[in-house]
Write a protein that binds this ligand. Structure first.
Ligand code: GLU
Length: 460
């Protein structure tokens, strides 16, 4: 059975890079009827935050990524780690090192002066003497002295690291706290992880983790190291570019399926297909199609996907989503025509709620540029005449509003823009939005008249 995991460190919010590797792992597990586990890497007590942890769980919930069983917390597993440290010590595969910080610094300086890579010289590896008094030792693993540590990375291909590059690294600090690479290897092994998918910033942690696996006789998982997400200029993605808290995307009006679709395509492809339902992603995802090179974040593409999913979204769900943006259409008898008129052109839910607000509330202000452009000499008399027609006719449907407008321009022998632009301004306060006939149907005749009168009194 395929078992994957996501292993965030709750030292900051979950950002999209993290969500992407989580998504890949989740898809691989779900596609194969396997398990997707969540492990919280919270051993660094000083840097952990409860808020960050909650934000991670909240983000998972929002995008609908479910994990199997309970989340596992490394901070609650120190006894387990200690057991393996003891085992390695007993088997002579790890040892206590009494070197002080000063001695280490001196060694480092000496090596740098000799222009060799600073490394621990293994002086306590076979130590049998009396340990220096008053020093709390660290525990180091006996890394292989020769040969090559190699593994086949699903994305990067074969990775070979000379054993001489891997020191006898520390697996437990002098206060007994186990180190990062040690606990990751122990947990991945004990959790039965078969496939590790993570950022390629961890590629060179892998040889160290392999040393641990081998010392304990654990089977190695398959490793897949995914290239970073860059910004559009090819630089590391920063907060300003979009490397923000995943929940920020919710606040900005993105639908979770749009974000997931966007993320799955950042670093993975299936031919030239761009749109993937969750179901399709699950069917098609294969780590072997993860791209080797870094991908680039493209906000326009995310907006394009989001507008696609807003169009696809059924009204009942859209209405629920819009409540977060202050729009309550639940009991509005015109809710379907309101959404029909607006959801075609909205890029985000913020955008959509703005468009809807313009329809259901009288304009509070008029866009200055639009006013200059649309409100000219002669406009007031055209608008007054149109009010007259509205009052005498009482149109209700989109079609009757449409005919009324057409007849009006034909009779007055004016270009359509002469009435359309000021009318749109009166109705919406700006010059964008749905078709005028649709807008008027939604607004209703009496309110249309009122909005035109408001514009006239504002402009005169
Ligand atoms: N806690 C690590 C991180 O947030 C995860 C490392 C891993 O997936 O092995 O980068």
């Amino acid at each position: 059975m395929i078992v994957t995991r996501f292993a965030p460190s709750p030292t900051g919010f979950l950002h999209i890079g993290g969500l992407r590797t989580a998504l890949f792992s989740w898809l691989l597990a779900r596609k194969n009827g396997g398990k997707f586990l969540l492990r919280i890497e919270d051993t660094d007590q000083a840097r952990n935050s409860e808020d960050a942890m909650q934000a991670i769980l909240q983000a998972f919930d929002w995008v609908g990524m479910d994990y199997d069983g309970e989340a596992l917390y490394q901070s609650k597993r120190f006894d387990i780690y200690q057991q393996y440290i003891d085992q390695l010590l007993n088997e002579g595969k790890a040892y206590k090192c009494y070197m002080s910080k000063e001695e280490l610094d001196a060694l480092r300086e000496e090596q740098m002066a000799q222009k060799i890579r600073p490394h621990y010289d293994r002086r306590y590896r076979d130590f049998t003497g009396t340990p220096p008094a008053g020093v709390d030792p660290v525990i180091r693993i006996k890394a292989p002295l020769e040969g090559v540590i190699s593994f086949e990375d699903g994305v990067k291909g074969e990775i070979n690291i000379a054993a001489s590059e891997v020191d006898d690294f520390i697996i437990a600090r002098s206060d007994g706290v186990p180190t990062y690479n040690f606990v990751v290897a122990i947990d991945d092994a004990l959790m039965g992880i078969t496939d590790v998918i993570r950022g390629d910033d961890h590629l060179y942690n892998t040889p160290k983790q392999i040393v641990i696996y081998q010392a304990l006789g654990f089977d190695l998982p398959r490793f897949n190291h995914v290239a970073m997400i860059n910004n559009e200029q090819g630089k590391k993605l920063s907060k300003r570019d979009g490397a923000t808290d995943v929940m920020e995307y919710k606040a900005q009006g993105f639908l979770p399926e749009a974000l997931l679709n966007f993320l799955v395509r950042l670093g993975w492809s299936h031919g030239d297909q761009e749109i993937f339902s969750i179901q399709e992603m699950m069917e098609l995802f294969d780590p072997k199609d993860i791209n080797k090179s870094a991908s680039s974040y493209n906000l326009d593409k995310l907006l394009w996907l989001n507008s696609h999913y807003i169009k696809e979204c059924n009204n009942a769900r859209l209405i629920r989503q819009l409540q977060d943006f202050g729009i309550n259409l639940q009991d509005d008898s015109k809710r379907d025509i309101i959404l029909k008129a607006t959801k075609e052109r909205a890029k985000t839910l913020v955008d959509l709620s703005h468009q809807i607000r313009l329809l259901i509330e009288s304009p509070q202000k008029y866009d200055d540029k639009a006013l200059k452009k649309a409100y000219k000499e002669g406009t007031v008399s055209i608008l007054n005449d149109f009010i007259g027609v509205l009052k005498s006719e009482d149109p209700q449907s989109k079609e009757t509003f449409h005919d009324l407008l057409q007849n009006f321009v034909a009779q007055k022998e004016i270009g359509f823009g002469k009435i359309a632009q000021p009318l749109r301004l009166a109705l919406m306060g700006e010059l964008s939005g749905a078709g005028l006939d649709e807008i008027m149907e939604i607004v209703g005749r009496d309110e249309v008249v009122k909005r035109i009168e408001n514009l006239i009194s504002h402009a005169s």
